[in-house]
Design a protein around this ligand. Structure first.
Ligand code: ATP
Ligand code: MG
Length: 438
């Protein structure tokens, strides 16, 4: 068992976040909230239910599920030994393995397929750069227990709907078919022969993968290797009738839905668990990190993780990349300023102001209260400045004279004729008489 970690001395330099892990602050967080709301509405429309699984899982889950010779398992996982009991644990680098583990553990598939989604942080030890972080966030869907190409098309078309809901136009679809493992085995031999015949053209990573995971070499971004990889035998040519039929089914469904796509023979994806359909949604607007969403079918994974064999398909979408794309595309941050800023000229007016604010909030109006300091009470001028900066549509002014008459003054700060005004005036009027202080 590992020694418990000694308490580290608290450094005197300022404490900052872990490299590659970002704080998400307002007003930017408003974009996140809007995005998540949009996603939840989408999931409801497609009948996908939310699943929440732990952020930490046993390390073997990912080693077994994702495959030992993958970028993630080889070099990107935050793995550690639990110092209290010696368990090997890992911060989840992706969502599928955990969801499949949970589905098996809770016998979720006993009464048929399940359509699930999650939103949350993932962790990969990568070199931080634009669109690539060590803590990043994904939305993911997993449709478990459905084997037909119709569900492949369904999950792909969900993404199209999401782009539409978000107002994004520049995302295109790449798809490929990886067939079944027996088909990949035959192709693999041909691939090793092709690539191995030109060893001098392979970089170090490709040489290392030549015999362990040659398919991944097709995915290389090394420009020097492109001609070799372009000329490599295509997996599609090694697929049997069933795989081709499945792929045709997906293509037909996409055609019928009017969704354009490119068949990209080099699309292989990073995890070993994929079979048959794989796909990526890509944009040119984000530089090298142009893949905003990737997914595919993983019919062998449930069994691999220890469940009764069941098909599955899903995708994972990088939220940071999509939000960056929204910004690049000029989609503004949808701010939701308060309806009302409560201007409180003096401490005497505070009880009445609080009473009205609470009543308004109970009626669904959002109210930002002037907050005095311990000693100082803000001047009217400074309060109006804050009211303006808050973006509120109205100021409610709790002046002494008005309160004495059982009234509250409403000052429009923006578009006076908004429907909110009428409602607010009616609400304020209905409470104002109770406020009479004289
Ligand atoms: P890449 O080829 O860019 O490394 P990947 O194939 O490793 O991506 P997946 O595992 O398929 O990515 O994850 C799905 C999506 O999650 C990606 O398409 C991307 O949008 C996002 N993503 C992956 N890794 C990161 C990261 N380190 N930082 C931010 N987003 C990421
Ligand atoms: Mg990666």
């Amino acid at each position: 068992m590992a020694e418990p970690i000694q308490a580290t001395r608290v450094p005197t330099s300022p404490l900052v976040a872990v490299k590659g892990m970002n704080d998400i602050l307002p007003p930017e967080s408003a974009r996140w909230e809007w995005f998540e709301d949009t996603v939840r509405a989408l999931m409801r429309r497609y009948g996908y239910l939310n699943i929440r699984v732990p952020i930490v899982e046993p390390t073997p889950l990912f080693v077994r599920g994702l495959g030992e010779v993958t970028d993630i398992v080889e070099k990107e996982m935050y793995s550690f030994i639990d110092s209290l009991n010696g368990d090997a644990l890992t911060l989840r680098p992706e969502g599928t393995a955990g969801v499949v583990r949970a589905a098996i553990e809770h016998s979720m598939l006993y009464d048929g397929g399940k359509r699930l989604f999650y939103i949350g942080p993932m962790f990969r030890h990568e070199r931080p750069q634009r669109g690539r972080y060590r803590q990043f966030h994904q939305v993911g869907v997993e449709a478990l227990g459905f084997g037909g190409p119709d569900v492949d098309a369904e999950v792909i078309l969900m993404c199209r709907s999401l782009w539409r809901d978000l107002g994004l136009a520049d995302v295109r679809l790449d798809i490929n078919c990886l067939g079944q493992s027996a088909e990949r085995k035959v192709h693999r031999e041909a691939l090793i022969k092709h690539l191995g015949g030109s060893r001098e053209l392979l970089d170090a990573e490709a040489l290392r993968r030549l015999h362990s995971n040659p398919l991944r070499i097709l995915d290389t971004k090394n420009p020097a290797m492109q001609p070799l990889v372009e000329a490599a035998p295509k997996l599609m040519d090694y697929l049997g009738e069933a795989s081709l039929k499945h792929f045709e089914g997906v293509c037909q469904a996409l055609d019928a839905a009017g969704q354009p796509y490119r068949v990209n023979h080099r699309l292989v994806r990073g995890m070993d668990y994929y079979s048959l359909t794989v796909f990526e949604w890509v944009t040119d607007r984000l530089g090298a990190q142009g893949t905003v969403c990737g997914g595919g079918r993983y019919d062998g994974l449930v069994e691999l993780i220890g469940g009764k064999p069941a098909p599955g398909i899903g995708w994972g979408l990088g939220i940071e990349r999509v939000l960056d794309l929204l910004e690049q595309s000029g989609v503004p941050v949808p701010l939701s300023p308060p309806d009302v800023y409560a201007v409180v000229p003096s401490a005497e007016a505070l009880p009445a102001a609080m009473q009205v604010a609470e009543a308004l909030r109970a009626a669904g109006v959002s109210v930002l209260m002037h907050a005095a300091g311990r000693d100082a009470w803000g001047s009217m001028k400074s309060q109006f400045k804050k009211a303006d900066a808050s973006g509120a549509r109205h100021a409610l002014i709790f002046g002494a004279d008005e309160l004495a008459r059982g009234e509250v003054a409403i000052k429009p700060l923006r578009d006076a004729a908004a429907p909110q005004s009428t409602r607010l005036i009616a609400l304020a009027a209905s409470w104002a008489p109770e406020l009479r202080t004289a």
